[in-house]
Design a protein around this ligand. Sequence first.
Ligand code: SF4
Ligand code: SF4
Ligand code: FES
Length: 472
Amino acid sequence: MPKCTIDGKEVEFKPGENLITVAKRAGVDIPVFCYHPGLTVVAQCRMCYVEVEKMPKLQTACSTNAAEGMVVKTNSENVKKGRAGTMEFLLLNHPLDCPICDKSGECDLQDNSYGHGSAYMRHSEERRTYVDVDMGPVIEKNMNRCIHCTRCIRFGDEIAGIREMVAVKRGNNVDITTIDGEALKTEYAGNYADICPTGSLTLRDFRFRKRAWMLKKTASICEGCSKGCNIELQHEGNVVYRTIPRENLEVNKYWMCDEGRFNYHYTQDETRVLEPRWNNEKTSWEDSILAVKTALEGKKVLFLVGTDLTLEEMSAIREFTGLYYPGSVLQHFGTPGIETSAQDQPADKILKMTSKTSNLRGAEKLGIVPHNPRVDHDFSAAVVFTGGRAVLPELGHAIQVGVGVFLDKDHQTAKYQHILPGLAYTEKDGTIINHQGKEQKLKRAILPRGRSKSTAEILMLLANKKTKVGVA
Ligand code: SF4
Ligand code: SF4
Ligand code: FES
């Protein structure tokens, strides 16, 4: 492998890698604004200045590829002066908004100003201001804070596949806006807030709900479709406040869709059933478990598992039904019309898949067959296990038991004689298999809400002959 030297350290690189990537490997962080590893390089902001031996002027590290024998300095006096000059220029028009800006605490402009800017400013002219257009329900625009890095324009063009953000006018009057001031159309708009290095584009859903530095972060997987995008659940006080994408170059690269980003809301819906129900009335776990066991006794039972459950949950259910209800039927359900992974196709050219549950491949791996609502099944009781995302099947008038996440919305709970509340994807660990066959791990971000219990615990209670033991 060829080698170059960065701040006195010899580093190997692959041909074609730029100095930002190579320096990172050597443990050196070069400040950037316009550069993003998932977008084309434009070298516009001049924040990533470095000194390269034998080159007369400072170079931009984002647009300079490493070369054999290259000697690079990232912290010389010349580099510091260049970066301070860039910061002074970028801050000429930036408002002193940090205390009331939602980006505060996770803002590249703040961090780079602190790390590379100057404490003094020579300019005394009035700052430029804009009247902002409405960008739709996902993104709030504040162009006074924009530094014209054009990441948003490139994201629309290169990733979302829709040229909807543009730079109009020139020089001091340049305005980054949507074409004709229209609302954003992409279903991936949340990424605009992630990549904007300032508080110019922020997420409406998250604004002013929590300060960034108060959030705890849990690396998990989106359950919105079979893509299995890698995400970070950000939470505090047992409440999830935000989901952002996590880099995985083999699955979702740096991005996620809005459907997946905002999906977590249902888990905190005020109509979610958080205590056992019997004929839609609240009851105790003890009474519920006894009643469910009695209701299922001697019946031919249809067990249905949502493909939104983890591999471990499905496997435990399969074992439970085989042991305690031999002769019963076990099938999976999830997205109407997508019964097998062969039917699961890309829903667009970016990330989304047509299976709207995360673990169809997991159910198939365990040999669980799809439920076919068109076939008239001969059963006198049905038990439906769901993580809350799978579309619940219509099951006629047999005794129905629901285990998992149910919402009272649309009175769907009224159709179930019994509901045993289980855990949502934000509240449990487990494995899911995405459409590529890749096993990925869900991680518990928050504790179970209300009096809900894990699937394993519920199965143990149902299997327990002394039903009163351990039932709270
Ligand atoms: S809105 Fe944000 S991402 Fe777009 S150009 Fe301005 S600073 Fe960059
Ligand atoms: S593409 Fe699928 S897995 Fe990825 S964020 Fe969207 S819903 Fe979630
Ligand atoms: S990050 Fe290199 S010029 Fe902007």
